[in-house]
Design a protein around this ligand. Structure first.
Ligand code: ADP
Length: 399
């Protein structure tokens, strides 16, 4: 008999990612992407036996529903429909309302919508996805897994910005963090690798992808993280600036910039892309750097230096450290970035194991620090597996 499958949905405003996750192995039996929603070229595509197939969506609206309806037909054709036991949705922002995974109800959808102020592009789109999935799979329970929930354990000193209490309370301004499911997953895997209960472990988890964040996880709980009020804060990213002096915003506004232009600049034109003027993709940056491009080298250096600074700053949050964990597309694959970060952390005793660093890539985990030096390792993340497992656990608990 085949294992149970969870349909994991990540519904955005103009796209919808989906995957059928095996709840035992964490493997994606099927995955695909709907994109260009609300445009004439809207399409949903997936791979079967390595071959890409696609289905064009019609009209200029209702594409979330059309995409999910096509997924129902697809899983039916592939004989997988009856193995799907529940649906798990990735939700970007749960505010302070949600500190764990919940079953999707009318009230939960209303609460997610009410938090749209904090994630205007994402939260309304998640609810669209939930409504479409409820129509398409009327007999299945759905669950919402929040990117922010894992960070709700941060102490007040970590989530408080040094602004007046009046303003922070009136506007709910505080650190919320993101990438919670990834930091949760890799720290649990890391604890298994060192044979410690996660409840007695301390890790610094470094997720470096297009989005990037560092999280310090003590006894299995997030106690600080670099993303803040929004995922724009902290590390430099593919197109996001990360931390900058807030006065720059005021300065540009006074120069006549609109809030919309400012937002686009900091979210979409900054980071690797902004500094290099070439690309947001780390591979392209490294290629250009190796070919002698000054700005690509600078982008690489700013990125690695910022990541190392965050890791170093989180040492103060811990009494002991079991290991640093690299994950995300760059953390799992980029030898030069990991090598540079290890070099920058040498004052803490970190020493790269060159062969270990070379071996840990393309989905292979491994230790990248030399024996008898502080531990640094690579663990490929699997956010969909966490969403599937947590949805499944709650489904079973409520049965
Ligand atoms: P997202 O945050 O969108 O999920 P990913 O975690 O997939 O992003 O990470 C994308 C980043 O990973 C890109 O910058 C890409 O260049 C980088 N990356 C993927 N493979 C490699 C590789 N082999 N070497 C260096 N960087 C890589």
């Amino acid at each position: 008999m085949s294992n149970s499958l969870v349909l994991v949905i990540n519904s955005g405003s103009s796209s919808l990612k989906f995957a059928l996750i095996d709840t035992v192995t964490g493997e994606a039996t099927l995955s695909g992407l709907g994109e260009c929603f609300n445009l004439p070229e809207a399409v949903v595509s997936w791979k079967v036996n390595g071959e890409k197939q696609e289905f064009k969506l019609t009209g200029l609206e209702g594409h979330h529903q059309q995409a999910i309806d096509r997924i129902v037909t697809l899983v039916d054709e592939l004989g997988m429909k009856d193995s799907i036991v529940t649906i798990g949705h990735r939700v970007v922002h749960g505010g302070t309302k949600f500190n764990s995974t919940v079953r999707v109800t009318e009230q939960v959808m209303a609460d997610i919508e009410a938090l749209s102020d904090l994630a205007p592009l994402h939260n309304p789109a998640h609810v669209l996805g939930m409504r479409a999935a409820a129509k398409a799979f009327p007999t299945l329970q759905q669950f919402a897994v929040f990117d922010t929930a894992f960070h709700q354990t941060m102490p007040e000193k970590a989530y408080t910005y040094a602004i007046s209490k009046e303003v922070s309370q009136q506007y709910n301004i505080r650190r919320y963090g993101a990438h919670g499911t990834s930091h949760y997953y890799v720290t649990r895997e890391a604890a298994k690798r060192i044979n410690k209960p996660v409840e007695a472990s301390s890790f610094i988890s470094v997720h470096l992808g297009n989005g990037a964040s560092v999280c310090v996880v003590k006894n299995g709980e997030s106690i600080d993280t670099s993303m803040g009020f929004t995922p724009l804060a902290g590390l430099m990213m593919g197109t996001r600036c990360g931390d900058i002096d807030p006065s720059i915003l005021e300065y540009l506004l006074k120069k006549g910039w609109t809030p919309e232009r400012l937002h686009k600049e900091l979210v979409s034109n900054s980071g690797f892309l902004g500094i290099s003027g070439l690309t947001s993709d780390c591979r392209g940056i490294i290629e250009a750097m190796e070919a002698g491009n000054h700005d690509a080298k600078l982008a690489f250096e700013v990125f690695s230096y910022r990541a190392a600074k965050y890791i170093a700053s989180y040492m103060v949050a811990l009494d002991e450290l079991d290991g640093i964990i690299f994950t995300g597309g760059i953390g799992e694959n980029s030898l030069p970035v990991r090598s540079e970060i290890m070099r920058l952390l040498k004052i803490f005793g970190y020493r790269e194991d060159v062969a270990g660093n070379e071996a840990a890539r393309f989905g292979a985990e491994g230790v990248i620090s030399q024996a008898d030096t502080p531990l640094a390792m690579v663990i490929p993340t699997n956010e969909e597996f966490v969403i599937a497992q947590q949805s499944m656990a709650l489904l079973n608990a409520e049965a």
